[in-house]
Design a protein around this ligand. Structure first.
Ligand code: GLU
Length: 304
C-alpha cells in the first residue's frame, strides 16, 4: 500500500492508451475520451510533472478515415492505414494540447531504436530534451515502416521500454479492463480485482492469458510483460480502465483503483537497461551435458 502513497510524488509519468480506449465499439474515434485524456495530461503538466503519452490507434484511425468496415489483415494494408491514421491522431492531439497552451511532439519508434546502442542513446536524448523544453512527447510505434523483425508489436511493451528509457517514475496503462483479476471477470462472477502485484509469479502470468480485443493488439499478457520490464527498471506500473472518469488524477492521488506493480529496484543505468531489454539476441549458445552440469553447480561460461 506504500506504493500507492508514493505515487503522488511521481515527477515523470508515461501514460499508455490503447486503441480500445480511443475508439467506440463501432470503430469511430471517441472524441470525448480523447479530450478527457488530454485534459488530464495537461493538468498533470500544470502540476510541474513531466508527461509522455504513448498512444495506439493509428491503424484504427486509418480505418475510420478510409471508411472501411473492419481492420484489414494484410500487413501492407495495415501499414498504409497507420500512415493515414497516425497523422490524423497527431493532428487531434496537437490541437487539443494547444487548447491548453501546451505543445506536443510526435516520436515514432521501432525495436531498432532499442537494439542499437547508439540509437538507444539518441532516442533517450531526444525524449529528455523534449521534456526539458516543455514538450509533451506523443509516441507510437512506427507502424508504417516497421516490419516484423524490427517491430515491438504492441504498445504495452513499447510504453514500458519508453518508461525505462527515460527513467520514468510511473507508467500508467489505460485499457478496456480495470486491472488484473483473480479469474476471467467475463465468465467467473467470483473474480476480484487484484489491487497490488508485488511479484509476477507463473500463476499471475497464467491469469493474464492471451489475446486482446478486436481493435487492439495487446491483452493482459502483454501488460504483464510490460510490468516485468517496468518494475525491473525501477518504474512503478499501474493498469487501469481508460473509461473511468478522472482516472489519472485518482491514481496519482493514491486511490485504490486498478492494479499496481511496485518497482523492483532503483532505476537501472541506461546501459544496463539497454542490455536487459533493448539488445537483439543474435544467436544461440549450445552447451553439452558436462557443461550443463558445471553451470548448474554454479560455474560460469565466461572466461575468468
Ligand atoms: N501501434 C498500433 C497502432 O497505433 C497499436 C499497437 C497496440 O495496439 O498495442 O494502431
Amino acid at each position: 500500500m506504500d506504493t500507492r502513497r508514493h505515487i503522488k510524488n511521481a515527477g515523470r509519468i508515461v501514460v499508455k492508451v490503447g486503441t480500445s480506449t480511443l475508439l467506440y465499439d463501432n470503430g469511430q474515434l471517441n472524441l470525448y475520451r480523447i479530450e478527457q485524456l488530454v485534459r488530464e495530461l495537461a493538468d498533470l503538466y500544470n502540476q510541474d510533472r513531466e508527461v509522455i503519452l504513448v498512444s495506439s490507434g493509428a491503424i484504427g484511425a486509418g480505418v475510420v478515415r478510409m471508411g472501411l468496415k473492419k481492420r484489414p489483415t494484410g500487413v501492407r494494408e495495415k501499414q498504409a492505414l497507420a500512415a493515414v491514421g497516425q497523422g490524423m491522431l497527431m493532428h487531434i492531439y496537437d490541437k487539443l494540447f494547444a487548447e491548453y497552451g501546451q505543445t506536443a511532439g510526435q516520436v515514432l519508434l521501432t525495436r531498432d531504436n532499442y537494439m542499437q546502442h547508439r540509437q538507444y542513446n539518441n532516442s533517450r536524448n531526444t525524449l529528455l530534451t523534449m521534456l526539458k523544453m516543455g514538450v509533451i512527447p506523443v509516441i507510437n510505434e512506427n507502424d508504417a515502416v516497421a516490419v516484423d523483425e524490427v517491430k515491438i508489436g504492441d504498445n504495452d511493451n513499447l510504453s514500458a521500454m519508453v518508461a525505462a528509457l527515460v527513467d520514468a517514475d510511473l507508467l500508467i496503462i489505460l485499457s478496456d479492463i480495470d486491472g488484473v483479476y483473480t479469474g476471467n471477470p467475463q465468465t467467473d462472477k467470483n473474480a476480484t480485482l487484484i489491487s497490488e502485484i508485488d511479484e509476477i509469479t507463473p500463476q499471475i502470468e497464467k491469469l493474464a492469458g492471451g489475446a486482446g480485443t478486436a481493435m487492439g493488439t495487446g491483452g493482459m499478457a502483454t501488460k504483464i510483460e510490460a510490468a516485468k520490464i517496468a518494475t525491473a527498471s525501477g518504474v512503478t506500473m499501474c493498469i487501469a480502465a481508460g473509461a473511468e472518469k478522472n482516472i489519472l488524477r485518482r491514481i496519482i492521488d493514491g486511490e485504490a483503483v486498478g492494479t499496481i506493480f511496485p518497482p523492483k529496484e532503483a532505476h537501472l543505468k541506461a546501459r544496463k537497461s539497454w542490455l536487459a531489454f533493448g539488445k537483439r539476441i543474435n544467436g544461440d549458445i549450445v552447451v553439452d551435458a558436462g557443461c550443463v552440469k558445471a553451470l548448474k553447480a554454479g560455474s560460469s561460461l565466461l572466461a575468468a
